[in-house]
Design a protein around this ligand. Sequence first.
Ligand SMILES: [Zn+2]
Length: 252
Amino acid sequence: MKVMLHEMSWTEAKKYFTKNDIAILPVGSNEQHGPQNPLGTDHLIAKAIAEETAKRTGVLCLQVVPFGVSSHHKQFWGTIYISPKTFKSYVKEVCLALSYYGVRKIVIVNGHGGNRCALMEMARELREKGIFASIFHWWEVANKLLPDLFKPEEKGHAAAEETSVNLALHPHIVSMDRAVDEKPRRHTAQTEGIIFSLDTVDYTSSGVFGKSTTASAEKGKKVFDAVVNGLVKHVNLLKEAKIEDLIQKHRV
Ligand SMILES: [Zn+2]
């Protein structure tokens, strides 16, 4: 059975949509991930997690949205960034197109932390339209399910955890001989309880936040399997759930 929308014909899609009201949409970014990882890291990982979950649950999966909210990485070559507003509108319109065919439950598989705020705003706006969107941040799930597999300094952007998942999924585009360990710098204005907008280059010269040389395909496979298992559980729950139980009726 086909689960990828772009591989179906319209008659096959009709068959799916008339029987199902759920879909999976992976989103990511195209941004620097240190000298060793491909720029596509965030969308390639989200795509792999989403597609494997679709195969295991029979839930329709869309093509990955490859560009995200990444202007904070732009000083590093090849980072293609779009504004939060554009990203939110684009992903939302994809979801609304799905809803035209009766989809009311959408699982967004996100590969990039910078997309977080735009996705939350979008989920709220979709809810107002009677569409339930859940957002799956794989690295947070990995942190919960495998808290001790990596040390804190191995869990940062482009560090060992992310590099390991790349090694497990597509080792031919990872160059471990270029992997570096770099302790992020502390900004001079940094004090407790304060946040401000910075660029990645303010913290790191290589683009790596922490330790990446300890990455391994074996650990990456463990992360991928755990994360997919977690997502399969969520998708199966959502598949069975009625939209009336996910979004409350008007007024109490
Ligand atoms: Zn990343």
